[in-house]
Design a protein around this ligand. Structure first.
Ligand code: GLN
Length: 253
């Protein structure tokens, strides 16, 4: 059976495993390079990308992660995970940080500002809705989130987020100007796909809506079908042996 791994160095890996469990899939925690050989798709969670990169370096994971991506295996990066998968990141801490790369895009690491500028927004997700059904919008949870600034020709944009072009002006006079002149909106990209790589700037694992997880599982199953006869079991998996009740985590939204 194709196995879904979740990089478990730091950040919201438990929450991803809990979301997979809600779909009847057992996610496997990955911490060592050799474990990548035992999985067929990987989720890189959100968290803090600099810390995660330091831990990945410490465990000598970067070469194995790059090889995994280059083999065409499905990988989904959420938030810090999206930063990991980007070919280029800006707004990094001094000295930068190592990236896995693969997604032909540039991300801004803290595009929306600091932790207190975290927010929730209903995102228009036509492609997700057409594949997975359900509403045309998805509850986006943005925690000190990155955004995608530029994408290459192979990249498909799955969601963007409209922001007023003067969003940094918060004084009351600025708000009045905005109302009078109807400042045009600018869109920033927050979900992309390039072949077997998926990236979201927000945190679907913190919501009850499992459509991004099931979308990714279909990518993973598709890969399994191309390369072997194995498939991801998306239902009917016996998880009763999973004694780790910590995966029954509360859902944020
Ligand atoms: N929620 C997140 O994953 C935040 C990512 C954060 N902006 C970083 O640089 O790592």
């Amino acid at each position: 059976m194709a196995v879904v791994g979740v990089l478990a160095l730091q950040g919201s890996f438990n929450e991803h495993i809990a979301a997979l469990k809600r779909l009847g899939v057992k996610g496997v925690e990955v911490r060592k390079p050799e474990q990548l050989q035992t999985i067929s798709s990987l989720i890189i969670p959100g968290g803090e990308s600099t810390t995660m990169a330091k831990l990945a370096e410490f465990h000598n994971l970067f070469p194995a992660l790059r090889e995994f991506v280059q083999m065409g295996k499905p990988v989904w990066g959420t938030c810090a995970g999206l930063i990991f998968l980007a070919n280029k990141a800006v707004g990094q801490k001094e000295g930068g940080q190592e990236l896995v790369g693969g997604l032909d895009c540039t991300v801004h690491r803290n595009y929306f500002g600091s932790q207190i500028q975290s927010f929730e927004a209903e995102l228009l997700v036509p492609e997700l809705a057409s594949r997975e059904g359900g509403p045309e919008t998805f509850p986006g949870v943005f925690i000190r989130a990155p955004a995608v600034l530029e994408v290459g020709p192979e990249v498909e944009v799955l969601a963007d987020y409209p922001i007023p072009s003067n969003k940094v002006l918060y004084s009351s006079s600025a708000v009045e100007i905005q109302e009078e002149n109807a400042v045009p909106e600018k869109k920033v990209i927050v979900a992309i796909r390039q072949g077997n790589l998926l990236g979201t700037a927000f945190h679907p694992e913190l919501t009850a809506d499992t459509r991004w997880h099931s979308y990714f599982l279909k990518m993973a199953r598709g890969y399994g079908e191309w390369t072997s006869n194995t498939t991801v079991a998306v239902s009917g998996v016996d998880l009763s042996s999973d004694k780790q009740t910590r995966y029954d985590l509360p859902i944020f939204r």
